[in-house]
Write a protein that binds this ligand. Structure first.
Ligand SMILES: NC(=O)c1ccc[n+]([C@@H]2O[C@H](COP(=O)([O-])OP(=O)(O)OC[C@H]3O[C@@H](n4cnc5c(N)ncnc54)[C@H](O)[C@@H]3O)[C@@H](O)[C@H]2O)c1
Length: 355
C-alpha cells in the first residue's frame, strides 16, 4: 500500500514523512514544488530508501497528479502543500491564492477523478486528509474559550483567508461529490527542521549568532504551541480512525505569549551554550513594530480529538522546546545549508525528477 503526501519537503510534511517511514513499511510518494520552504536536506536520511519516492512538482499540475495517482494507486492523499508564512502573505498574497486555493482545487479535482474510478472496496477505504490551521478561526481575546470545531471562520490575514478557502473547498467536495475527506486544524507547530524565518528557529539562530532577537509589538501575542511530532501522530490517528467529512482541531494546551517563549529559549541556551563573552541571551531582545493585523491570541480546544479518537500530545512545551533547542545546536549543518541556499545546489546534484 502507498500514500501520497504533498508538501513533504516542508517543515511539518518533512517531519511527517520521516515519522511515517519510522513507523510503517508503507511507501510514501512525496510531491513537493520545492519553493524556498521546501528542503530535501530534511529527507537526506531517506536516500536509498525505496519506500520514499520524491517527485518535484506542483499540486496544481493536474496532468502530473493524474499520472502519479494512476501509477502509484495510493490509498490516501495527505495535503500539506501550502504557502504558509503570514508575513510573506502580507507582502505578496498572490502565491497564497494560487497554491492554497487554486492548487487545492486542482488537487481535489484530480483526486476526485481517481477516487471515482476505484473499485468498491478501495473506493470506500480511500481518504483525502487536508492539513489546515487554527488561524482560520481568527483571533481570541484573553477571556474567550479556545477554538473548537464549531467556531465561525473569521480569517484575518491573506494566509489564513487562503487556508479558510481551501478548507471550504474540501468540505464542499465531500458534501457535493462524496469525496471521503478529513480536515485537521492545528495550532502553531515547532520542532526540528523548521525554516528559520519563523519565531522559534529565528530566535535560536539569532541568539547563537549574537544578533538581535526581534519581538513584534509588546510580545504579548499568545500562541498555542504543539511539538511537530505530536502533530504528526495526530494526523496519523485522524487518517486511521477519523470520521469521514469531519474536522478535528489539534493542539497541545500550551498557550504562551511570544515573549515568554523567547525568554524560555534564552534560558535554555544560557544553560546549554553559555555566551563566551558573558551576559545573558535575553539581553539581545529588541522590540520591533508590530505586524499589521496581528492576531492577538490563538488557542485550540482539542477535546474532540481526545474524546473521539483517543489522541493526546506526548510533549509538554517544556520538554518539546528543550528538544528543539538541542536539535538546532546539534544540526548546525542543516541550518547553514538552509540559510546559505546551498541545499538548492545539493538538490540539483542529488535528485532527478521521478515519475
Ligand atoms: N507551521 C505551522 O505552525 C502550521 C500550523 C498548522 C497548520 N499548518 C499547515 O500545515 C501545512 C504545512 O505547513 P509547514 O509549516 O510545513 O509549511 P512549509 O512552508 O514549511 O512547507 C510547505 C511545503 O509545501 C511545498 N509547496 C508549496 N507550494 C506548493 C505547490 N504548489 N505544490 C507542491 N508543493 C508546494 C513547499 O515547497 C514546502 O515544502 C500547511 O498547509 C500549513 O498551512 C502549519
Amino acid at each position: 500500500m502507498t500514500i501520497l503526501v504533498s508538501g513533504g519537503a516542508g517543515f511539518i510534511g518533512g517531519n511527517f514523512v520521516l515519522d511515517w517511514l519510522d513507523h510503517f513499511d508503507e511507501a510514501v510518494i512525496n510531491l513537493d514544488k520545492l519553493t524556498y520552504a521546501g528542503n530535501l536536506e530534511t529527507l537526506k536520511r531517506l536516500n536509498g530508501n525505496n519506500r520514499h519516492v520524491f517527485v518535484h512538482g506542483d499540486i496544481g499540475d493536474r496532468d502530473l497528479i493524474n499520472n502519479l495517482l494512476a501509477m502509484h494507486k495510493p490509498r490516501a492523499v495527505i495535503n500539506f502543500a501550502a504557502e504558509s508564512h503570514v508575513d510573506r502573505s502580507i507582502h505578496g498574497p498572490g502565491e497564497f491564492i494560487q497554491t492554497n486555493v487554486v492548487g487545492t482545487f486542482n488537487l481535489l479535482e484530480s483526486v476526485r477523478g481517481y477516487w471515482d474510478g476505484l473499485p468498491g472496496g478501495e473506493k470506500q477505504a480511500f481518504r483525502f486528509l487536508h492539513v489546515s490551521t487554527d488561524e482560520v478561526y481568527g483571533t481570541l481575546s484573553r477571556d474567550d474559550a479556545p477554538f473548537n470545531e464549531l467556531n465561525r471562520y473569521e480569517p484575518n490575514s491573506p494566509y489564513s483567508a487562503s487556508k479558510a478557502a481551501s478548507d471550504h473547498l474540501v468540505r464542499a467536495w465531500h458534501h457535493t461529490y462524496g469525496l471521503p475527506v478529513l480536515t485537521t486544524n492545528c495550532s502553531n507547530n515547532y520542532g526540528p527542521y523548521h525554516f528559520p524565518e519563523k519565531l522559534i528557529p529565528l530566535v535560536i539562530l539569532n541568539a547563537l549568532a549574537g544578533k538581535s532577537l526581534p519581538i513584534y509589538g509588546d510580545g504579548q501575542q499568545i500562541r498555542d504551541w504543539l511539538y511537530v511530532r505530536d502533530h504528526c501522530s495526530a494526523i496519523r490517528r485522524v487518517l486511521q480512525s477519523g470520521k469521514v467529512g469531519e474536522t478535528y482541531n489539534v493542539g497541545g494546551w500550551n498557550e504562551k505569549p511570544n515573549l515568554d517563549v523567547v525568554h524560555t529559549i534564552c534560558s535554555i541556551l544560557d544553560e546549554l551554550r553559555p555566551k563566551v563573552s558573558g551576559g545573558r541571551y535575553k539581553d539581545q531582545i529588541t522590540f520591533v513594530k508590530d505586524r499589521p493585523g496581528h492576531d492577538r491570541r490563538y488557542a485550540i480546544d482539542a477535546r474532540k480529538l481526545e474524546r473521539e479518537l483517543g489522541w493526546k500530545p506526548e510533549e509538554t512545551f517544556e520538554t518539546g522546546i528543550r528538544k528543539t533547542v538541542e536539535w538546532y545546536l546539534a544540526n548546525q549543518d542543516w541550518v547553514r545549508n538552509v540559510t546559505s541556499g546551498a541545499y538548492r545546489e545539493w538538490v540539483g546534484r542529488q535528485y532527478e525528477v521521478q515519475l
